[in-house]
Design a protein around this ligand. Structure first.
Ligand code: ADP
Length: 640
C-alpha cells in the first residue's frame, strides 16, 4: 500500500538538532515523511506561502525570530496546521504561554522520543478540528438558508414545545421568536383545525409519516391568511422521534384566486339558474292572464248563451287579467329602459298627501279582498308640497304595497311616512310571512325571489324590488328592509326632502269632470276598438266626438272644422302617422292642443313627444281617469 505523504516543515537554526529531530521521525512508518528544514524568518515565511505543510515543528528559541512569533505568523494564515514546539528546555510557565498562544503541543529535547507521538496525536486532533470546522460551516449555511427561505419553519421537541422559529414565521404571524419559544405548538395550530375539528393526524405523525394540509390561519392581530402546512417527525440515529419540523407557506394569494374562480363559477351557475327560473316564471306569468283573457273573451263573443251576471263577471276577470298582464309587460320594459339608461327624472311639485291618498284608494280594495286592514294615518297638518318625480315615487310605493298585501294573510299593512332633517322616509309595514335574513339583500336583485315555492304560491317576476331600488337610487334616495320570518316586514324608502316654497299646487287640484260645453274632441285612431273605448269614456260628458282613421283624415278635419277644441292623436297610423299629422296641423293651427296617445310607452318616448310640442302624453292602455285629467290639465294651460 502506498504510504501517505506527510510534509513536515521544521524551523530550526541548529543543523545538529534538526538531524536529531529527523532521526525520531523515522518511527512514523505509516507516512512517507517529506521534511523541509528552514532556519530563519524569511525562509519560514517563504515555505508557508509556497507550500502546504501538514505539520510544523519549531524551535522555541531562535536568534532573530522567536518561536512564539513564528506561531503568530502561522495563525494569520491558518489555524488548522498543527504547530509543535521542539525545544531544549521549557519551564512550565513558558509551556503554558505556548499553549495559550495556540501551540498544539511541545516536546523537550531530552525527551525527543515523544516527538512521533506528539505528531500522531496532533494529526488526529487536526482531523477532528477539520471535521468540526466543516460541520460548523455547513450548520451556518443551513441556518442562513432557513433564516432566508420564503417558508416559515418551526421546530418543536417531541412533546410539541417550540424550540425554533425562523424569521419568516415571525414576519407572517407577527409573533417574535421570544414570544413563542418554549410554548406548545398547539397555540399556533391553524384555526380551521380547531374550529372544524379537523385534528391533524397525530397517529400518522407518530408513526413517522409527514402530514400535509391547506388551512386558514390567523396572525397575532386576527388577520386571516391561508397556508400550506407540512409537519415531519425528526428521528435520531436510534430511530427515536426527538423533534418535529413544520414547514408552512403562505398561499393566500393563490387561494384567493382559487376562491375567486369558484365564486365566479358559482355566480355564473346561479345566474344561469336564475335565467331559467325567470323564463319559466315569465312564461307562466304571461300565459296565466292571457289564458283568462282569451278564454273569457271567446265566451263573451256568444252573449246569447250566457246571462247578464256572467257577462259582468267575465268582463271583470278579463279586466283584472289585462291589468295583471300590463303590469308584467310594463315591469319588463322598465327594467330594459333602466338598463339602457333611458330612464330620467322628471321632478315637479307633488302634494304629498294627495300622493299617499291616491295610493291608499288604489290598494284599499285589494286589502279588503284579502280581509286585511290597510292602515294609513296622515297628519292633520297642511300637506307638504315636495319636489320629486311623482311617477317614480308612486311606482316604488305601489310595488311595496303590492308585495305587502300579497305576502300578508292576517293582520295589517301600514303605509306611512316621516320627515327627518332633509330626508322624507316612507314606510310600508306588514304582518306577513317575513323574509329570512340571508335573503334581505338578494331580493333587490333582478328576477330574485326568496325561493321557487314563492313563485308557485304567489307568482311574480322578481322585478318589482329591482325597479324600486333603481328608482330610489335615481331619486338620490335608498331602499331597505327590516324583516323577521313569520312576523312581518317593513320596507323603508327614503328620498331627499325638497319642499316647494309656495303652496300654489294645492290650488291646482283636478276636478274629474269637463266644464267646457260642449267640447269638440277629435280622436285620431286607426284601431276601431281603441277608438270605441275612448268614445265610451266620454259617453256621459258633454262632448262631441269626431273620428279620424289616419293622420291625413285628422289633418283635413282640423282644417275644415275650426270647432275642434282638442285632438287625441295616436302616433302609429297608416297613410300619415301621428307625428307628421301633428306637424302639419300645427303649421295651420298652432294653438290647437294635441295630446299624444301611444303604445310607445318608454320614458324616452314620453320625453321626445313632449319636447316636440305635444300638450300631453298618455301611454296606452289609457284609463278613464287619466284621459279626463290630462284633457282638463291641457285646457287649463292652453298656451303650453
Ligand atoms: P315579485 O314580488 O314579483 O316576486 P319583487 O322584486 O317585488 O318581485 O320581490 C322579490 C321577492 O322578495 C318576492 O318574490 C318575495 O320573495 C320577497 N318579498 C318582497 N316583499 C315582501 C314582503 N313584504 N314580505 C315577504 N316577502 C317579500
Amino acid at each position: 500500500m502506498k504510504k501517505k505523504d506527510l510534509y513536515i516543515l521544521m524551523l530550526e537554526d541548529d543543523p545538529l538538532d534538526a538531524e536529531l529531530n529527523k532521526e525520531q521521525l523515522f518511527v512514523l512508518e505509516e507516512y512517507n515523511c517529506i521534511i523541509e528544514v528552514v532556519c530563519n524568518k524569511e525562509s519560514y515565511h517563504y515555505a508557508l506561502d509556497n507550500s502546504k505543510p501538514d505539520i510544523i515543528l519549531c524551535d522555541y528559541n531562535l536568534p532573530d525570530y522567536t518561536g512564539l512569533e513564528a506561531l503568530h505568523d502561522l495563525k494569520q494564515r491558518s489555524t488548522l496546521i498543527p504547530f509543535i514546539f521542539v525545544t531544549g528546555a521549557m519551564i512550565e510557565e513558558t509551556a503554558a504561554d505556548a499553549i495559550k498562544a495556540g501551540a498544539w503541543d511541545y516536546v523537550v529535547k531530552d525527551r525527543l522520543f515523544r516527538l512521533p507521538l506528539a505528531i500522531r496525536s496532533a494529526l488526529e486532533l487536526k482531523k477532528e478540528k477539520e471535521l468540526s470546522a466543516y460541520a460548523e460551516e455547513k450548520a451556518n449555511l443551513l441556518l442562513m438558508a432557513i433564516e432566508q427561505t420564503s417558508a416559515q419553519i418551526i421546530v418543536t421537541d417531541k412533546d410539541g414545545n417550540i424550540e425554533y422559529v425562523n424569521k419568516k414565521y415571525s414576519e407572517v404571524t407577527g409573533l417574535s421568536f421570544d414570544e413563542v419559544i418554549g410554548r406548545k405548538a398547539d397555540f399556533i395550530m391553524p384555526t380551521d383545525i380547531h374550529n372544524n375539528n379537523r385534528v391533524p393526524d397525530f397517529e400518522r405523525l407518530m408513526k413517522g409519516e409527514t402530514i400535509r394540509g391547506e388551512v386558514l390561519n390567523k396572525d397575532k392581530n386576527g388577520k386571516e391568511y391561508w397556508e400550506i402546512v407540512s409537519i415531519t417527525p425528526i428521528r435520531n440515529s436510534q430511530g427515536i422521534i426527538t423533534n418535529f419540523v413544520g414547514v408552512k407557506e403562505d398561499i393566500t394569494i393563490r387561494k384567493k384566486m382559487e376562491l375567486d374562480i369558484i365564486e365566479a363559477r358559482d355566480k355564473a351557475e346561479r345566474s344561469d339558474k336564475l335565467k331559467d327560473a325567470f323564463l319559466q316564471n315569465m312564461s307562466h306569468e304571461i300565459r296565466t292572464p292571457l289564458n283568462a283573457i282569451v278564454g273569457f273573451s271567446t265566451l263573451l263573443s256568444e252573449p246569447e248563451n250566457i246571462g247578464v251576471k256572467a257577462i259582468i263577471d267575465y268582463t271583470k276577470i278579463i279586466n283584472k287579467s289585462s291589468n295583471q298582464l300590463l303590469r308584467i309587460v310594463s315591469d319588463v320594459l322598465t327594467v330594459a329602459s333602466i338598463q339602457t339608461g333611458q330612464e330620467t327624472i322628471d321632478s315637479k311639485s307633488v302634494d304629498l298627501f294627495e300622493l299617499l291618498d291616491s295610493l291608499y284608494e288604489v290598494f284599499l280594495p285589494d286589502a279588503e279582498n284579502k280581509k286585511i286592514e290597510l292602515r294609513y294615518h296622515r297628519s292633520s297638518k297642511k300637506a307638504p308640497v315636495i319636489i320629486t318625480d311623482e311617477f317614480k315615487v308612486k311606482q316604488v310605493l305601489s310595488n311595496l304595497l303590492n308585495n305587502a298585501i300579497k305576502f300578508t294573510h292576517l293582520g295589517y299593512v301600514e303605509l306611512g311616512h316621516s320627515i327627518k332633517e332633509n330626508q322624507l322616509e316612507f314606510f310600508v309595514k306588514d304582518t306577513g310571512i317575513g323574509i329570512a335574513a340571508n335573503y334581505q339583500e338578494l331580493i333587490f336583485e333582478s328576477f330574485r325571489q326568496v325561493n321557487p315555492s314563492i313563485h308557485i304560491e304567489y307568482g311574480g317576476t322578481g322585478l318589482g324590488l329591482t325597479i324600486s331600488k333603481s328608482f330610489a337610487q335615481m331619486l338620490n334616495g335608498s331602499i331597505r328592509v327590516e324583516s323577521e320570518l313569520q312576523v312581518g316586514s317593513t320596507f323603508y324608502f327614503t328620498i331627499p326632502y325638497v319642499q316647494k316654497e309656495t303652496d300654489e299646487h294645492a290650488e291646482k287640484k283636478l276636478v274629474l269632470s269637463l266644464n267646457k260645453t260642449p267640447l269638440h274632441i277629435l280622436i285620431a285612431e286607426d284601431e276601431y276598438f281603441n277608438y270605441a273605448l275612448l268614445e265610451a269614456f266620454f259617453k256621459d260628458s258633454n262632448v262631441i266626438i269626431y273620428h279620424a282613421k289616419n293622420g291625413l283624415e285628422a289633418y283635413n278635419f282640423c282644417i275644415e272644422n275650426p270647432k275642434i277644441d282638442i285632438v287625441l292623436m295616436d302616433i302609429k297610423m297608416p297613410i300619415m302617422d301621428g307625428l307628421k299629422a301633428f306637424k302639419e296641423i300645427k303649421k295651420i293651427r298652432n294653438s290647437l292642443p294635441i295630446i299624444a296617445l301611444t303604445a310607445y310607452a318608454l320614458d324616452s318616448d314620453r320625453r321626445s313627444l313632449l319636447e316636440m310640442g305635444f300638450s300631453e302624453y298618455i301611454a296606452k292602455p289609457v284609463s278613464h281617469k287619466n284621459i279626463i285629467e290630462k284633457i282638463n290639465k291641457t285646457l287649463k294651460t292652453p298656451d303650453k
